[in-house]
Design a protein around this ligand. Structure first.
Ligand code: AMP
Length: 243
């Protein structure tokens, strides 16, 4: 091939790749691939608020969970606020129970399913792995993804930090800034609070987001706050015993 022709062929190929990547929402410098993310959101939820939501709840087959926060997930995120998801398009690394057999007892306690009909948790955990876990699979394999998430739950001990500040799940209303401050005093990082709103418009503490570094070994200040529904200045901390 003559130099001019091969140069044009190269430029045309480059243009095709750039157009393809742009249309697919990809950036050439950052493939939407497992291992491309900046940090994690570690998300816990309050079961009382989950049950009081429009979709209601069903207790897992293993029984009613304790009155404590439970895990929603560990979600890779980018510093610009966007996030990768479902990163295993070729289904090479699907959720596999056999990789987490040693963790299942703990998962039933700390990461219970609350959706209906009652389940054993595998559907929920599989969803979390396939949607989020696959995007950090270069850093955390399946076993370590679930293990680290469980460990962050214990490390965060939200219920204790809130209790230390006189904040209890008693259907009472608390200032959102006091809830944040109690968690920040306990953990040294600022949480993000997400609320549900009941029929009367009360803001109910639903989920607490904490940020975790890329290697999943420490809480960090969030590089960017999430988009969940922000709480009003006064939040209800619902009792879970009435469900
Ligand atoms: P995600 O896609 O990770 O944002 O999670 C949202 C999905 O998780 C929705 O389908 C929710 O219904 C489901 N979900 C959230 N919390 C729970 C829970 N405790 N039990 C079962 N499913 C849940």
């Amino acid at each position: 091939m003559k130099p001019l022709r091969s140069c044009s062929a190269f430029i045309i190929s480059l243009v095709i790749i750039v157009v393809y990547e742009a249309r697919a929402g990809h950036s050439l410098s950052r493939k939407p691939d497992r291992g491309y993310y900046d940090f994690f959101y570690f998300v816990q939820q309050w079961p009382g608020a989950y049950c009081d939501s429009k979709w209601g709840c069903c207790f897992p087959k293993t029984g009613k969970p304790a009155e404590n926060f439970s895990i929603h997930g560990l979600w890779p995120n980018f510093n610009n606020g966007s996030y990768p998801q479902n990163c295993d398009n070729l289904n090479r690394n699907p959720f596999d129970k056999s990789k987490i057999v040693g963790l299942i007892k703990r998962m039933q306690v700390e990461w219970p399913t609350l959706s209906c009909p009652s389940g054993d948790g595998f559907k929920f955990w599989s969803h979390e792995w396939n949607k989020h876990g696959t995007c950090s699979a270069n850093v955390l394999n399946q076993q370590s993804f679930f293990q680290k998430t469980l460990d962050f739950k214990i490390k965060s001990n939200l219920i204790q930090h809130l209790s230390d500040a006189g904040i209890h799940p008693n259907d009472g209303f608390y200032r959102a800034e006091d809830v944040e401050a109690a968690i920040e005093d306990g953990l040294g990082v600022t949480p993000y609070l997400e609320c549900n709103f009941d029929k009367e418009g009360n803001s109910q503490l639903f989920q607490v987001y904490l940020c975790v570094n890329k290697l999943a070994n420490a809480f960090i200040q969030c590089p960017v706050m999430p988009h969940g529904r922000r709480c009003a200045s006064s939040v209800q901390f619902q009792s879970f015993s009435r469900f």
